[in-house]
Design a protein around this ligand. Structure first.
Ligand SMILES: [Zn+2]
Length: 145
């Protein structure tokens, strides 16, 4: 079970859905979240920040290392590690995957009664197309999909 949370960015114009692998970290560990429109306000620091397609996540690395060590997860913990390993990252592959997924299910829902096989096929193919588009756009987590 992973904690999930919606969070507004620094300027408040965009929303991101976050997930926390194994609940090791808490929402407070994400000090700041910048969308592509407000990321210019972030003072880039590779020791605490990771960038993904114009979004910047700033972590409290001291707090993160503390929580990680409590679970016996030590070693080389960088912002990229926290993000790429999913300890505090997008829910899915991008900030809005949660909404894209819900919208897709909603759009295809009428098919459930008509043709369940077709519904499942479309659900799968449209989701894969979405992931392929994210991958092509350069989203970090989609690169591993
Ligand atoms: Zn913003």
């Amino acid at each position: 079970m992973c904690l999930q949370q919606g969070r507004a960015c620094h300027c408040g114009r965009r929303m991101a859905y976050l997930s926390f692998r194994d609940n090791v970290l808490t929402p407070e560990i994400l000090r700041n979240l910048y969308c592509p429109e407000c990321s210019a306000q972030a003072q880039w620091d590779s020791a605490t920040m990771v960038e993904d397609c114009g979004w910047i996540l700033e972590y409290d690395m001291t707090g993160a290392r503390f929580f990680m060590s409590q679970r016996g997860l030590g070693g080389d913990i960088s912002p990229a590690f926290l993000f790429d390993e999913g300890y505090l990252s997008w829910q899915g592959f991008s900030p809005l995957d949660h909404e894209v997924n819900s919208a897709l299910h909603q759009r295809l829902a009428p098919l459930i009664k008509e043709n369940m096989t077709r519904y499942l096929e479309l659900l799968k193919s449209e989701w894969l197309a979405h992931v392929a588009a994210l991958k092509a756009a350069g989203w970090r987590k989609a690169q591993r999909a």
